[in-house]
Design a protein around this ligand. Sequence first.
Ligand code: ADE
Length: 247
Amino acid sequence: MKFDVITLFPQMIEQACSHSIIARGIDSGVISVNTINPRDYTKDKHKKVDDTPFGGGAGMVLMCQPYFDAFDALEKDEDSEVILLSPQGEVFNQKLSFELSMKKHIVLVCGHYEGFDERIKQYTKAREVSIGDYVLTGGELPALCMIDSISRNIDGFLGKIDSANFDSFSDGLLEYPQYTKPRVYNGLPVPEILLSGNHMAISQWRRKQQLIVTYKKRKDLFDNFRKNCNNKEDLKLLNEVIKEIKE
Ligand code: ADE
């Protein structure tokens, strides 16, 4: 998977990608992350990339020329997915993350200031994506969130293939609670069942915990899971959870 990030602040992307699991993914060749700076493509003698808005108003608008040319300089094919980060876009979630992890090439276009000249969206034929209903100062942090989330869905990126499959959201439920050594800390014990060695009982307990956690923290996700659930075991646990919480 190749990510090309069009950004006025390449160091933000490069720095963040030089640590931890993303850096390991780059080193092992599972992903690559490249940056392209529209400022390197501006034909303006003062290296300007933005200008005041037609029609008046506050702030600056990113200009077509440096973005068109930076975009044109990238190698693309018909399978390349172009994404423009914007608070106006469709909201990013785990489903979209999985969908995008099947691509071979993703171009992420980051904005700044008041926004893009609308013709940049037209020209790049980009899909607009937001990482949530709040406004950030630029698209770099959203681009990094997307790179991180998409990458961990790619086979071979995480150490164990299973690690992503048991994540929160992977089947519409949040994750069960995790514990590590010691068995008791500051008087707080680990649930007895996790020390039992009974794998069947542990996996049942974990599934039930997933349902409890999701019910308590994200009732919307729980209701959705319940609506689509046709697994007998899950249905049984689901009804137990509802009964226990209501009691
Ligand atoms: N740029 C500014 N805010 C954003 C958001 N919430 N998502 C994506 N890009 C943005």
